[in-house]
Write a protein that binds this ligand. Structure first.
Ligand code: ADP
Ligand code: MG
Length: 330
């Protein structure tokens, strides 16, 4: 059965059946608007992300359940990057009429799996037909005390630069997918990212950090956003970039020309990149150890001079490609 046969309203009912709501939802799917109850004293953080077939995903390279998880994960990551507690989300779907119902059902199951993992509720959305490909537009709302929110603009000269997890896995995973690989650590890092929600909230609530962003467009591009908005520069050490064992092994085996291109400019790692005063370093490592989250110190903020990267012998590394830009700029 496809969507043309079941129709818009049956599809919305099927989605609504799969939703498990938190107590904060006073009015959910089914009315003209949703009503939600905020946590006392908190403000709302809102973020939107679109995933377009042929631009962000290729249906021949991913299964619907994993796509469901990823489509929410990328939004959760944005809320995490502000230190917000994710709470509610809206789902906009433009669906090709010939798409199989089973595809959308599995997609929704994956989405709900991610929603339940982080206690967020689907409270509404919009559904229409698409004459091109599948389009998924999610708007997520999170909450945090106004004094705890971490912005991009807070980095100060002398601050240290940190990143969680490892970099470059997702971009190398995508390259492997395009070569025909379908599984393994790197491919999973690309198709099924795990947003650093608990880590983002803990960092924000600790008051230890000055600026934060999630790595979605690539380290250089995303650090560039922190630098631009904070009016500062940065120096990074190439040898400090955290690489996974799988990355090191694959990069070695496939004889890539410049393996640093992936951790520096490859996108979609969904790790957290943040800055903090040097006096906070030990507390940051202690906090991240408590959360079992690897963290690496990769450089420092400077008063000016843009963004530069240094090799371990102290010579500058030439940056050739900053990161992903949808319109091909940069
Ligand atoms: P309206 O015509 O007033 O916009 P709709 O018929 O579009 O109402 O939607 C009916 C209800 O279903 C609304 O509560 C809306 O939020 C919800 N809804 C529509 N599409 C989706 C979707 N893709 N996911 C979740 N809820 C949806
Ligand atoms: Mg509508």
């Amino acid at each position: 059965m496809n969507l043309k046969e079941i129709g818009e309203f049956n599809l919305i009912s099927r989605i609504a059946e799969k939703v498990r709501q938190q107590h904060s939802v006073k009015i959910g799917i089914g009315d003209d608007a949703a009503a939600t109850e905020p946590l006392p004293g908190h403000v709302t953080l809102t973020s939107a992300d679109m995933l377009v077939e042929g631009v962000h995903f290729d249906l021949s390279l991913c299964d619907p359940r994993t796509l469901g998880r990823k489509s929410l994960a990328v939004n959760l990551s944005d809320i995490a990057a502000m230190g917000g507690i994710p709470r509610h989300f809206l789902l906009g779907l433009a669906v090709p009429p010939q798409l199989e119902l089973s595809f959308i059902e599995e997609y929704i199951e994956g989405l709900m799996e991610m929603a339940d993992r982080f206690g967020v509720s689907l409270i509404g959305g919009d559904t229409c037909a698409s004459r091109v490909g599948l389009v998924i537009a999610i708007t997520i709302m999170g909450e945090q005390l106004p004094t705890k929110i971490v912005e991009r603009r807070g980095a100060r000269p002398g601050d240290l630069v940190f990143v969680t997890g490892t970099l470059g896995d997702s971009a190398l995973g995508l390259a492997l997918l395009r070569k025909g690989h379908r599984k393994g650590f790197l491919v999973t890092r690309h198709l099924d990212p795990k947003p650093r929600v608990c880590e983002g909230v803990a960092l924000a609530e600790s008051g230890l950090i000055t600026a934060m962003i999630d790595v979605s467009d690539g380290l250089l591009a995303d650090l560039g956003h922190i630098l631009d908005l904070s009016g500062v520069g940065a120096r990074l050490g190439l040898h400090h970039l955290p690489l996974s064992p799988a990355f090191a092994e694959e990069a070695g085996a496939s004889g890539i020309n410049d393996r640093f291109l992936y951790p520096l400019s490859g996108g979609e790692d969904y790790e957290l990149l943040f800055t903090a005063h040097p006096s906070r370093e030990d507390e940051i490592f202690a906090l991240m150890t408590k959360l079992s989250c690897p963290v690496a110190r990769i450089g420092e903020i400077t008063a000016g001079g843009g963004l530069s990267v240094f090799k371990d012998d102290g010579t500058p590394y030439r940056i050739t490609h900053r990161g992903y830009d949808h319109f091909g700029a940069g």
